[in-house]
Design a protein around this ligand. Structure first.
Ligand code: PLP
Length: 220
């Protein structure tokens, strides 16, 4: 019956094994359970099995699902991992504990204003389009370091970089590129790796992996 709890335990064990192989402590890798499209009961089961970080890609869906859960469990941390429109920046600053998709100057300015207005400072990640795919969000790799500096100068609490490698290509080179850019920018956190490739990401230095279907099952 406890399918989510079992899957979560398996993912944790795989993260631990990948970390050990890379000579890293498993505790240095945060597991963000991506619950998009799944109802609050799935979040509750994962929380009760020990998950504390949850990822959502839509502000609207997160706003419907989490306020009651966050009121009940103050240590639940919510990560925005999907594109953010500027007209939802206010709501996002109020709701999320991490915003992983900061990807353009206008959004950065509005987030900085909202954080001041609300006196809330969710961790920010710069999304980098490592594959330079035209349809994908994120700053180009060549602009990532300068953009991170620009965001910090605006007062955003930028902690790291995030990427989603191109589908169907080996992800390793993209993870290695993200790690190199974070090093150049002086940032510690690397949000990279999903159900299909989180072990590779851990090997290449991920401090946060975003895992959905391996925990909650396929999305319909
Ligand atoms: C959906 C999603 C994930 C999780 O994907 P799975 O393959 O189900 O693990 C991770 N990151 C982002 C940005 C996503 O949108």
């Amino acid at each position: 019956m406890r399918i989510i709890a079992d899957s979560l335990a398996q993912v944790r064990a795989r993260i631990g094994a990948a970390a050990a192989l890379a000579g890293r402590q498993p505790g240095t890798v945060r597991l963000v359970a991506v619950a998009k499209t799944h109802g609050p009961e799935a979040v509750i089961e994962a929380y009760e099995a020990g998950a504390r970080d949850f990822g959502e890609n839509r502000v609207q869906e997160a706003a419907a699902k989490y306020p009651a859960l966050k009121a009940r469990w103050p240590d639940l941390r919510l990560h925005l991992i999907g594109p953010l429109q500027t007209n939802k920046a206010k709501q996002a600053v109020g709701l999320f504990d991490a915003i992983e998709t900061v990807d353009r100057p206008k959004l950065a300015r509005i987030l900085a204003e909202e954080m001041r207005a609300q006196a809330r400072r969710p961790d920010c990640f710069i999304q980098v389009n490592t594959g330079e795919e035209p349809q994908k969000a994120g700053v180009a790799p060549g602009e990532a370091v300068a953009f991170a500096r620009e965001c910090l100068a605006l007062g955003l609490p930028v902690v790291g970089l995030m990427c989603i490698p191109p589908a169907g290509l080996p992800p390793g080179p993209h993870f290695a590129l993200l790690a190199e850019l974070a090093k150049q920018a002086g940032l510690k956190e690397l949000s990279m790796g999903m159900s299909g490739d989180f072990e590779t990401a851990v090997r290449l230095g991920a401090t946060s992996v975003r895992v959905g279907s391996a925990i909650f099952g396929e999305r319909t």
